[in-house]
Design a binder for this molecule. Sequence first.
Ligand SMILES: [Mg+2]
Length: 222
Amino acid sequence: MADPRLIVFDMDGTLIDSGAIIAEHMAATFTEHGLVAPTRAQSNMVIGLTLDIAMQRLADCDTDTALALAETYRRLYRAMLETEGRHEPLYAGAAEALARLRGMETALLGIATGKALHGASRILALHGLTDHFITVQTPDHNPSKPHPGMMLRACAETGIDPSRAVMIGDTTFDIELGVAAGAKTIGVTWGYHERALLEAAGAHIIIEDYADLDAAIEEVLA
Ligand SMILES: [Mg+2]
C-alpha cells in the first residue's frame, strides 16, 4: 500500500452526539450519591476522559468515591439502554465521511475513546461501523486521555509512524494526546470544547463541518 496513513477518531462529541444523555446520567448519578448534580456545561468539560477520572474531576473527590460514582453511572446507563431503547446518534455527515475514507486505499481508520471497549463496540455495531476500524483504543488497555498511549498503540498495531497519523477530536484531551504522540491533529467544533480551547491546545486545523474533513486530512498529512 502506497503512502499509508492512520486516521484516528474520538467518539463522544466527534462521531456521536452523546452529550445530553451523558449529562443526564451524570446528574442522576450525583443525585443518587447525595451530591450536587453537575450542569450540562460541567459535564461537557469532562467528556472524553476515562470515567473514573471524569468523576474525580467533577466531584473533586477521592479515588474510592470516584470509582463508586463511576459504578453507579454505568448501572444507570445500562438500565437506560436495556429499558428505554434510546441511543446516541451519529453527527450529520459522519457516516458519509467514514464511507469516503474507508474507500481510500491508503487510509487506515482507528478509534481512540474514553469509552470502555464494550461501550465503544456497542456504538460501532449500532451504527454499522464495526468493519470500518482496523484499531480500537479504549481505557481498558490504555491510560486516560490526554496521555498519548492510545495513539502510540494504534500506530504500533498498524505499523504507521505517528508522523503519518492524525487524531480527530472535539476536546483538548484529543488534541493534547495527538500532539504528545507526535501525530497531526484536527479539532472539530460540533462537540463539547470551545474552539479557543482547541486552538490553545495546539490543534493543527479546526473544522466546523464533516464536509471539510477530507481536505483537512490532506492538508495536515501533506
Ligand atoms: Mg470527545
